[in-house]
Design a protein around this ligand. Structure first.
Ligand SMILES: Cc1cc2nc3c(=O)[nH]c(=O)nc-3n(C[C@H](O)[C@H](O)[C@H](O)COP(=O)(O)OP(=O)(O)OC[C@H]3O[C@@H](n4cnc5c(N)ncnc54)[C@H](O)[C@@H]3O)c2cc1C
Length: 306
């Protein structure tokens, strides 16, 4: 079994920054990630708030992050972690392809996954009209009619990105009015292609081989309506990715892992957490990267003190 000082779980901004800092601390480090980039990969429009980079696409930023990491002596395995266990002073980390790795410390930087709608038909049509990634899938809907579930900033940004391709976009918002910033609402309006339906609850995704409609309920009139669409983009928020570590940490009401905000440490000595998966109030790329750096430095102190 391969033995490391530190195993980092996640290849988003928090995990990558942790990897860069761990390499500088000369820790023998393995980074395991399902994919690189994390939520940035889903970002449909440019990122404009990462210091020093001005306006940059999600894919370009991911490339900059991963190019930096890959220049350093950090081992990388691309797979999903399924279980983290602690026996004595040692952590055992198992991945989907049945291998297990060993480490003295772990940083969980697994971020968040898109929150599903949990309505009939959603799972069946994933990749066949149901998408959680506008940045990845928008071009597949050229000249099509699509729905976007969620009227927050992510929903409006998705609709704006889709307006370059699709001929009509419906935004379906549960609440009485959109939650997106005014600026996003204005840009969406200017496209002339976006229609916002408020006070509606999605009930079902329907289709044959591909999505051909969604059913929603009008909350005020209690009436169900079938909307003919070729696809639906789900933008109703995210949920922390924590299933593999449940027995070693405590959670808050949002299912985020509770950490010591000075160090990222959890209730299990040697198990640190960084980025969106932690109970931090603000979820941003620069914050996640900072938290990753902080956790790697805290791991270095922890290992020295042992
Ligand atoms: C649509 C959208 C737009 C956004 N726009 C902005 C913006 O403009 N500016 C900004 O600053 N922030 C933005 N954010 C927020 C920002 O993307 C997040 O705060 C940031 O990505 C969090 O980084 P992270 O590393 O904590 O987690 P994530 O980015 O979620 O990365 C988590 C990583 O962990 C991996 N992982 C998950 N589970 C496992 C497992 N079991 N095993 C192995 N690996 C695993 C994933 O593959 C991924 O690589 C946006 C988010 C979204 C969804």
């Amino acid at each position: 079994m391969q033995n490391y000082d530190l195993i980092i779980i996640g290849g988003g901004p928090a995990g990558i920054a942790a990897g860069i800092y761990a390499a500088r601390q000369r820790l023998n480090t393995l980074l395991i990630t399902k994919s690189f980039g994390g939520q940035i990969a889903r970002k449909a429009v440019a990122i404009e708030n990462y210091p020093g980079l001005g306006k940059i696409s999600g894919l370009e930023l991911i490339k900059k992050f991963t190019d930096h990491l890959k220049k350093l002596p950090v081992d990388i395995v691309q797979d999903a972690v399924v279980k983290v266990k602690k026996t004595g002073q040692i952590f055992l980390i198992s991945i989907e392809n049945k291998k297990t790795f060993q480490a003295k410390a772990v940083i969980v930087a697994s971020g968040a996954d898109p929150r599903p709608l949990e309505v009939p038909g959603e799972k069946k049509f994933i990749g066949k009209g149901v998408s959680y990634c506008t940045a990845c899938d928008a071009p597949l809907f050229a000249q099509k009619i699509v729905a976007v579930a969620g009227g927050g900033n992510s929903g409006f940004e998705a609709a704006i990105a889709l307006s370059k391709w699709s001929k009509k976009i419906y935004i379906l918002e549960r609440g009485p009015k959109p939650r997106a910033d005014e600026i996003n609402q204005e840009i969406a309006k200017k496209t002339g292609k976006v229609e916002v339906l408020t006070d509606v609850v999605l009930k079902e995704v329907k289709g044959k081989d591909f999505v051909n409609s969604v059913v929603y309920q009008d909350k005020k009139r209690k009436k169900e309506t079938t909307l003919l669409v070729d696809g639906i983009f789900v933008e109703i928020g995210s949920q922390p990715a924590t299933s593999f570590v449940e027995s070693l940490v405590d959670f808050n009401k949002k299912d985020e892992i509770i950490v010591n905000h000075h160090t990222g440490e959890t209730k299990t000595p040697g198990l640190f957490v960084a980025g969106d998966v932690a109970n931090l109030p603000f979820k941003q790329i620069v914050i996640a990267a900072g938290e990753g750096a902080k956790a790697a430095m805290a791991v270095s102190n922890y290992l020295q003190n042992k």
